[in-house]
Design a binder for this molecule. Structure first.
Ligand code: SF4
Length: 82
């Protein structure tokens, strides 16, 4: 596991960098929030500068569910639980 975590607008966001395959969908959706590092793995930039809805969309865009988001009550928002 290679986890990177941020608290943003009451959301807890975790990138599991060992799962990331570097397609960059999260970066496309929110380039202020995420970028690919020199290993083509997603890292945080300034997720606090992204509006909440778009930030959630960017996290949800990950095709391999490498990004998980919980709300302030610990409910998982991304990936959505069915
Ligand atoms: S969308 Fe997922 S797999 Fe793609 S760069 Fe972002 S975290 Fe990595």
């Amino acid at each position: 596991m290679n986890l990177s975590e941020r608290m943003v607008q009451g959301l807890r966001i975790v990138i599991d960098r060992s799962q990331c395959v570097g397609f960059g969908d999260c970066v496309k959706e929110a380039p202020e929030g995420f970028k690919l590092d020199e290993e083509t793995v997603a890292v945080f930039v300034a997720p606090e500068s992204v509006e909440r809805e778009r930030l959630l969309r960017a996290c949800d865009a990950c095709p391999v569910d490498a990004i998980t988001v919980w709300d302030s009550e610990g409910r998982q928002l991304v990936p959505p639980l069915t």
